[in-house]
Design a protein around this ligand. Structure first.
Ligand code: AMP
Ligand code: ZN
Ligand code: FE
Ligand code: FE
Length: 287
């Protein structure tokens, strides 16, 4: 039995709907799937229903944009309570900032004599958590760039003329936010970060796991993080980071996480959920 715990839909910058993604999961014979859209859990309800319809176990998730010592990193949250008010308020802030960032990127493009309209980007994005891939798609559809890669290379990559920095939450605060929502905090694709120095302070702050298996990890990166997980007693997760047709070919199926890791993840979440239920009970008694 295998799982894919890192997937995106059109609730952020993926191209599949939750229903299409669940069907892909079934095609690849996945036993469990998690939806980890950027800075949103909005797609989780539909994904849960679609997975149930296909006999697939669903694990709620998100991929939060965070930072540690000025370095951007992504934190995966698993098993968060989808109605946790604090969690929803925080991701809501992220979404607002993402929308403002799209306006700023389009304004910069306009200054560069690229007459792209912000409404066009929002129509393509059609979600509350838009990002650079949506601007890239708009640039291609408008005939301003030939490919998505060209759009990133010419305009959208770090330090290119239409690049706008993204709001990031402190990784340590993000870990706390995930835990109070009964979720498990996992560092996404550590092999894509330039340095591992960000990891120890996060472990100290309660980081629960690292994503050892990822479609962009080299075999040696996977080995390195498996060793690190063993050393630091961290959970091991993995996923394809499939964005649908965004990057050419869909990546789902390229990473198959053995189901034993899904079980361990669930056990950890149960611990946090028991703890937060206890806190709620104490508060209720006090009231
Ligand atoms: P954002 O969250 O708005 O900063 O956008 C980040 C997203 O852009 C991630 O999903 C990246 O994988 C994607 N991305 C970065 N570079 C490229 C590229 N050259 N072509 C397509 N997508 C990219
Ligand atoms: Zn993405
Ligand atoms: Fe990521
Ligand atoms: Fe991702």
């Amino acid at each position: 039995m295998f799982a894919d715990l890192h997937l995106h839909t059109n609730f952020s910058d993926g191209t599949y709907s939750p229903e299409e993604l669940a069907l892909e999961g079934k095609k690849h014979e996945l036993s469990a799937m998690s939806l980890t859209d950027h800075d949103t859990v909005e797609g989780c309800a539909r994904m849960a229903a679609a997975c149930a319809a296909n006999g697939i176990e669903f694990i709620s998730g998100t991929e939060l944009t965070a930072e540690q010592k000025g370095i951007e990193l992504h934190l995966l949250s698993y098993h968060v309570a989808l109605d946790n008010p604090k969690f929803l308020a925080e991701v809501g802030k992220f979404q607002k900032v993402r929308q403002e960032r799209i306006r700023e990127m389009v304004a910069r493009l306009n200054q560069l004599d690229v007459p792209l309209q912000v409404e066009t980007v929002f129509a393509i994005a059609n979600c509350r958590s838009p990002g650079r891939p949506h601007v890239a798609r708009a640039l291609v559809q408008g005939g301003f760039c030939r490919t998505l890669d060209e759009a990133f290379e010419r305009f959208l990559k770090v330090n290119r003329p239409a690049w706008v920095p993204k709001f990031k939450m402190s990784a340590l605060d993000a870990i706390e936010l995930i835990h109070q929502a009964g979720g498990v905090a996992v560092m996404a694709h550590p092999g894509l970060n330039r340095s591992d120095e960000v990891i120890p302070p996060m472990v100290e702050a309660g980081l629960d796991g690292i994503e050892c298996f990822h479609s962009k990890h080299t075999p040696s990166a996977t080995r390195r993080y498996l060793e690190m997980a063993a050393q630091k007693n961290l959970l091991i997760t993995g996923g394809s980071d499939c964005h649908g047709m965004n990057k050419g070919k869909p990546l789902i199926g390229s990473v198959k996480l053995p189901y034993q890791y899904v079980k361990k993840l669930g056990a950890k979440a149960a611990e946090y959920q028991a703890r937060s239920a206890k806190t709620r009970a104490t508060v209720a008694t006090r009231d």
